[in-house]
Ligand binder design. Sequence first.
Ligand SMILES: [Zn+2]
Length: 137
Amino acid sequence: MARKDSIKKLQQVLIVRRDALRKALAGDLSMLKSLPEQTGGDVVDAALDAAQDEISSQLAEVESRELAQIETALEQIRQGTYGLCEICQGKIPLARLNALPYASTCISCQRTAETGVNLRGEWNRLGDVSYTDLETS
Ligand SMILES: [Zn+2]
């Protein structure tokens, strides 16, 4: 498959993922907004809700960060600079883009810049969309 076509597919993957993240984040926000009515001054409920808020705000932080990376990748697709390593300007192999659609560096530059954070692991942990299914549909 031509690289251009593969990038088109990755664009679809990124859009689906972006929309899912946006929905999740919007859901978190509406949940926070409706809190005062739900709790009605009950102290125990308020404490439980506060704990849930803490968890969802941490999740929202991770989701917001991923969303920003996806927005950047989509912008790069529009500008035709997607899939180029931002450090060495070389083409990022499709295998890497398939594993991490918003990768902004090639593997060798990534290794050089590696600080112990496993980006691919993070993507997999957050990813609940099956890209294999998307390929065939
Ligand atoms: Zn590079």
